[in-house]
Design a protein around this ligand. Structure first.
Ligand code: CTP
Length: 407
């Protein structure tokens, strides 16, 4: 992909020399390649080979630099390299590297870079057949695939150790093709208009006070960003949050559930997909006083009346839109999510256990259960909200196919 930036991690194996061909092949496709070698890799190939091929300095991957300054520079550099590159490709990925990646052991530049890198990861393993087939390697590989990494090969054939079997680094053309696939932006939501609601609402008690909830808006904003990146027109209707709007989305800011209701109903006819991630108030104060309420020694009660259920109204009005609701629960997640799916006429409900530590409200991670109109529930394991957002959108598209709803 012209202009793409690839960081190529080279592990210590006989196949390390083939990584040089891979670097050249990626460059021929227009990629800018930054090579990172492990200490073991340098026993097989000299860094100079890669430096000459890529016209770029090679990171030789050790933290045991001679001076403290050099150590600090290299410790900071892995973050910069992680942020600058679009793809991390590791070839050959040795059994040792697979184990370290799987368990988050970060003792050198490449393994530390792996932890800091947030984009797609391609692993091209190469090792002796017995090592490849060892249960430890199989388990590490299962962990890495489950994490969403792409594993290419290994191929079968005569290995350096003299045996024949699986363990050879995959062909350079195959690794390159997979790298290009991972670098290609996915535009599978082109033509869709996605309406996302996010954040809490604020229901005034008087001119200076309000009732609200702990929603940060992060999940809704991640969904809006992911949908826009995948080519959709995105209308984001947001309650008050402390987040920058994702690039390319039309943002409508609201405060109260009533304002959100109006904004959603106005935008609804344009939408093909509706995602109601907002934590909307169920009640608002009846007859909000126009002046600040003064304290007194007596008890003070709020007279609350039910707010309109926006999602339920979408469910009533929907024509061809695919509607995704959220269910924030502290118990009975599956049953509650299913009940909301039916009662609000949704196609999917994203169930969220908001009582669990480290996920849900305010946090950067989430772990959700998708209850679908058709098929079994899908559990999405704990992951950053951005990744969860992508997986929810994948499921929305799958559901659309299953329901044969035209866009
Ligand atoms: N919702 C809405 N309008 C409301 C309340 C909720 O559109 N006034 C939507 C939320 O955006 C979410 C879904 O309904 O997509 C479920 O919200 P949740 O707070 O989990 O459930 P409630 O319907 O409020 O039910 P309960 O309070 O019984 O859990």
């Amino acid at each position: 992909m012209p202009g793409s930036r690839v960081v190529l991690g080279v592990g210590g194996g006989v196949a390390a020399y083939k990584a040089a061909e891979l670097a050249r092949s990626l460059m021929e496709e227009g990629c800018r390649v930054q090579v990172v070698m492990t200490g073991a890799a340098m026993e097989f190939v000299r860094p100079l080979t890669f430096a000459a091929l890529t016209a770029n300095k090679v990171i030789t991957g050790l933290f045991n630099q001679s001076s403290g300054e050099e150590m600090l520079a290299s410790a900071v550099e892995h973050i910069a390299v992680a942020q600058e590159n679009d793809l991390l490709a590791v070839a050959p990925a040795t059994a040792d590297l697979l184990a370290k990646f799987a368990h988050g052991i970060a003792g050198d530049f490449l393994t530390t870079l792996y932890l800091a890198f947030q984009g797609p990861v391609l692993l091209a393993p190469a090792m002796n057949t017995a090592m490849w087939e060892h249960p430890a390697t199989r388990a590490n590989l299962a962990t890495l695939t489950k994490r969403g990494h792409s594993v290419v090969g290994p191929g079968s054939g005569l290995l350096a150790c003299g045996t024949t079997g699986p363990g050879r680094l995959a062909e350079v053309e195959i690794i390159t093709a997979e790298a290009l696939r991972l670098l290609r932006p996915v535009r599978d939501l082109e033509g869709e208009t996605v309406l996302v609601t996010a954040g809490p609402t604020r229901e005034p008690i008087d001119p200076v006070r309000f009732i609200s909830n702990r929603s940060s808006g992060k999940m809704g904003y991640a969904l809006a960003e992911a949908a826009a990146n995948r080519g959709a027109q995105v209308i984001l209707i947001s309650g008050p949050v402390d987040l920058a709007p994702p690039p390319g989305v039309s943002l409508i800011r609201v405060q109260t559930a009533a304002e959100m209701y109006q904004a959603v109903m106005t935008a609804l006819p344009k939408a093909t997909i509706v995602i109601k991630a907002a934590a909307v108030a169920d009640y608002h104060v009846a007859n909000v006083p126009s002046q600040k309420v003064k304290k007194s020694a007596t008890r003070y009660s709020l007279d609350l009346e039910p707010a309109q259920d926006i999602l339920a109204e979408i469910g009533r009005r929907k024509t061809s839109q695919l509607v995704v609701g959220f269910a924030a629960e502290t118990q009975n997640l599956v049953a509650e999510a299913r009940r909301k799916l039916e009662s609000k006429n949704c196609d999917m409900v994203v169930g969220n256990l908001v009582s669990a530590a480290g996920i849900g409200f305010e946090s950067d991670e989430n772990e959700v259960l998708l209850v679908l109109r058709t098929g079994e529930p899908v559990q999405l394991p704990r992951a950053p909200k951005r990744r969860i957002a992508g997986q929810i959108l994948d499921q929305v598209l799958r559901l659309r196919l299953a329901l044969h709803t035209p866009a």
